[in-house]
Design a protein around this ligand. Structure first.
Ligand code: DQA
Length: 141
């Protein structure tokens, strides 16, 4: 199974960014753990950008390519602000699973609203780095 894992703004700093909220693992550590967990059955393509437009372009580029089982998306703070990313998810064909390391429902009010949740296949939040593995499992169902 092949999946695309898109990470949005500030997630390049995982590992050192507010570790009390987001944990001590970098994106690379999480990618290595995922590869260990699933072995050769999974081809996970990891991609990160801090730019809203680049994330939209990536969704357009991959979103009609059915060689992917789906897309795992941690849109970072764009989750709470970006109607444009929500529109891109609605426009593409592949299922998108929304993930957040932190339990956004238990944080500041602005983080309790996701503009992308209504157009995603489902959402997984609050289980730290394991959310990526859970999302891959959801796409395999
Ligand atoms: C996040 C939660 C967002 O509210 C925040 O802006 C992030 C990370 C998470 O993974 O918990 O950048 O998406």
């Amino acid at each position: 199974m092949k999946v695309l894992i898109i990470n949005g703004p500030n997630l390049n700093l995982l590992g050192t960014r507010q570790p009390e909220i987001y944990g001590h693992k970098s994106l690379r550590d999480i990618a290595l753990d995922l590869a260990d967990e699933f072995g050769p059955d999974l081809v996970a393509e990891w991609w990160q950008s801090n730019s809203e437009g680049a994330i939209i372009d990536k969704l357009h580029e991959a979103g009609f390519d059915h060689s992917y089982a789906g897309i795992v998306l941690n849109a970072g703070a764009y989750t709470h602000t970006s109607l444009a990313i929500a529109d891109a998810i609605a426009a593409i064909e592949l299922p998108v699973v929304e993930v957040h390391l932190s339990n956004v429902a238990a944080r500041e009010p602005i983080r309790r609203t996701s503009l992308i949740a209504p157009v995603c296949a489902g959402s997984i939040a609050g289980f730290g780095a394991k959310v990526y593995s859970l999302a891959v499992r959801a796409l395999a169902l």
